[in-house]
Design a binder for this molecule. Structure first.
Ligand code: P70
Length: 470
C-alpha cells in the first residue's frame, strides 16, 4: 500500500531538513556478522566494547576520536608532507592555523591529546596543588593526578542530572570555584581546567558569559585558565545558537573570542580538527612555553613535530580550517540531534539536551533494576552490540575508576552509554538503524541482567577490564 501522505523526516519533526555540505567520493564497505558470531566475539572481548575487533563491528559509535573522514583537500595535503626531522614546512602551516583560529601565540604538536595533557600537567602543577575543572575527563584527571595535583569538580549541579534541561550544562559554578579558592588559597590552585564541550556530562557547552566570569575571578587571584579545546568548535556552535548576541557571529569568531579569555589550551585534534591522529598544546606565556618546549623533546619528539609525521601536521592544518566552517558544524551537530530526536520521540531515556558529539543513553533509567555495581551502562553497550553489531562506549562506574584513598569504586551520578558519532562518516540511514536497535534493546530491558568485573587493570581500567554475565 502506498502512503497517501508521505512526509520527510524533517517535516515529521516540524522543521526544514538540513543536508551535509559535501558529497561522497570514496566508500568503505561495512561488514555485518551473524548474531551467533557476535555472541562469541562479545564473550571473547569480556563484554568490553574496547576489546572487540573492529572487523566484528557493523556501525562503530565507540568514539568520535580519530574516526572522522578526511576531505579530498586533507588527503591531498598528505602528499605534501615534508618529512624533515626539524623545521618541517607542515609544522609552520599547523602553527599558523592554530594561531589564526585559536589565537594562542606559541604552538607545540603532540602525538594526541593526552601527550599535551601530560606536558601541561607536569609543567603547571606543583605536587599538592588543586586543579578545579568542569567535570573530570579520564585522561585529563589521570595526568593531573600523576603530576601530584588533586582534581576538584566545580561544574554546575545541573550537569550531574541527565534530565535537567539547561542551555549551558558545562558551565563552572562560580560560587564553587570561589569557595575553593578561599578555602585552599590561590597559591594552592594550579590552574582552572576548562573543557568545552564537557564530554562526560554529555557533550554539554560552556557559555561565553561563564568563561568571562571565570576570567574575572581568576584575574583577581592571579590564577591561570587552560582549556581542553578538544570540542571547542562544537562549543562555539552552542554559543551561536543559544547565547544572546551571538546568533549573527560566525563560529570561527566565537571560537577566537572564547580562547581570548584563556592562557592556553591542549587539544586532541582527533575530534574537532578532523584528523585520524594528532594533538597540540598552545600557550601565550613565553616562560611557560620555554619549559614546555624543553619537555616536549623528552616525551613526544622535537618541538616542530611532537610525534607527528609532516603529512599528519599538514592534514591537521587543513582540518582546522575546515572544522570552523559554519555549515560543517551545523550538519555535524544536526546529525547527532536527528538521532536524539528519534530516541526522545520513542521515550528512550537519554541525556537532555542533546550535546555536540554523541547521544548518551541514561542506563540508570534504562535498567532501573540493575544496581550500579553491576555495571548497567556496560551491560547496555554489550546488549546493543549483540542486537545489531553497533559499538558504543560505557561512561559510568567502570570509567570513573576507584577512589585513590579508599580504593572503593567512584560512583558517578551519571551512568551512561555513549553513542558517539564520527564526523562526516555515517548517513541518516545509519542513524535510523541505530535508533531501531536501541528501541529493540529497550523493549526487552526487563529481562536483561548485569555484569561482574573479572579483570581490572590499574590505570584507566575501562579500556581493558573484562566482565562476565551475572
Ligand atoms: C573519546 C576520546 C579523548 C579526550 C577528550 C577530552 C575532552 C582529552 C582527550 C584525550 C578518546 C578516549 C579517551 C579516554 C577514554 C575513552 C576514550 N577522548 N580531552 O572517545 O585525547 O584521546 O587524543 O589522547 O574527549 O572521548 P586523546
Amino acid at each position: 500500500m502506498t502512503n497517501p501522505n508521505p512526509l520527510t523526516m524533517g517535516q515529521q519533526f516540524g522543521r526544514r531538513s538540513w543536508a551535509e555540505p559535501w558529497k561522497i567520493k570514496m566508500v568503505e564497505p561495512l561488514r555485518m556478522i551473524s548474531r551467533e558470531a557476535r555472541e562469541r566475539a562479545l564473550v571473547e572481548a569480556g563484554y568490553n566494547t574496547f576489546l572487540l575487533r573492529s572487523d566484528d563491528v557493523y556501525i562503530d559509535l565507540l568514539t568520535d576520536s580519530g574516526t572522522s573522514a578526511m576531505s579530498d583537500r586533507q588527503w591531498a595535503g598528505m602528499m605534501l608532507g615534508d618529512e624533515a626531522y626539524a623545521g618541517s614546512r607542515n609544522f609552520y602551516h599547523l602553527e599558523e592555523a592554530v594561531r589564526r583560529h585559536y589565537g594562542f601565540r606559541h604552538v607545540l604538536p603532540t602525538h594526541q591529546g593526552r601527550g599535551a595533557e601530560n606536558l601541561i600537567s607536569k609543567v603547571a602543577i606543583t605536587p599538592g596543588q588543586f586543579v578545579p575543572g568542569n567535570m573530570y575527563f579520564t585522561t585529563t584527571r589521570l595526568h593531573q593526578e600523576l603530576a601530584g595535583g588533586q582534581f576538584v569538580d566545580v561544574i554546575v549541579d545541573e550537569a550531574h542530572d541527565p534530565e535537567v534541561v539547561h542551555p549551558f550544562k558545562g558551565n563552572v559554578d562560580i560560587t564553587k570555584l570561589g569557595t575553593l579558592i578561599e578555602q585552599v588559597g590561590a597559591g594552592q590552585i594550579a590552574y582552572v581546567s576548562l573543557a568545552g564541550t564537557v564530554n562526560m556530562a554529555g557533550g554539554q557547552p560552556v557559555s561565553m558569559a561563564n568563561i568571562r566570569a571565570i576570567r574575572e575571578l581568576c584575574d583577581r587571584h592571579g590564577i591561570r585558565i587552560f582549556l581542553d579545546a578538544t570540542r571547542l568548535v562544537e562549543n562555539a556552535f552552542f554559543i551561536q545558537e543559544r547565547e544572546p548576541g551571538f546568533a549573527d557571529r560566525p563560529i570561527a569568531e566565537i571560537l577566537l573570542e572564547f580562547c581570548s579569555h584563556a592562557d592556553g589550551a591542549w587539544m586532541s585534534a582527533k575530534k574537532d580538527n578532523l584528523v585520524n591522529i594528532g594533538g597540540w598544546l598552545a600557550v601565550n606565556d613565553d616562560d611557560l612555553f620555554e619549559e614546555l618546549r624543553n619537555l616536549v623533546v623528552v616525551y613526544e619528539g622535537l618541538h616542530t613535530y611532537g610525534g607527528l609525521a609532516g603529512r599528519d601536521m599538514e592534514a591537521l592544518a587543513i582540518g582546522i580550517e575546515e572544522s570552523v566552517q559554519d555549515d560543517h558544524v551545523r550538519s555535524r551537530i544536526g546529525q547527532v540531534r536527528y538521532l536524539g530526536e528519534l530516541l526522545t520521540d520513542w521515550g528512550i531515556p537519554i541525556v537532555q539536551p542533546v550535546g555536540g558529539h554523541a547521544i548518551f543513553l541514561d542506563a540508570r533509567r534504562f535498567y532501573p533494576h540493575i544496581p550500579q555495581d553491576e555495571f548497567p551502562a556496560q551491560t547496555l553497550a554489550a546488549e546493543l552490540y549483540l542486537d545489531s553489531g553497533i559499538r558504543s562506549m560505557e561512561r559510568g562506574i567502570a570509567s570513573a575508576g576507584r577512589d585513590a584513598k579508599t580504593g572503593d569504586h567512584n560512583r558517578p551520578r551519571l551512568e551512561l552509554t555513549r553513542l558517539t558519532i564520527p564526523r562526516r562518516v555515517y548517513t541518516q540511514a545509519h542513524m535510523d538503524v541505530v535508533a531501531e536497535s536501541v528501541k529493540v534493546v529497550f523493549d526487552v530491558r526487563d529481562s536483561t541482567r548485569g555484569l561482574r568485573m573479572t579483570y581490572e587493570p590499574k590505570y584507566l581500567r575501562f579500556f581493558q577490564a573484562r566482565f562476565e554475565r551475572l
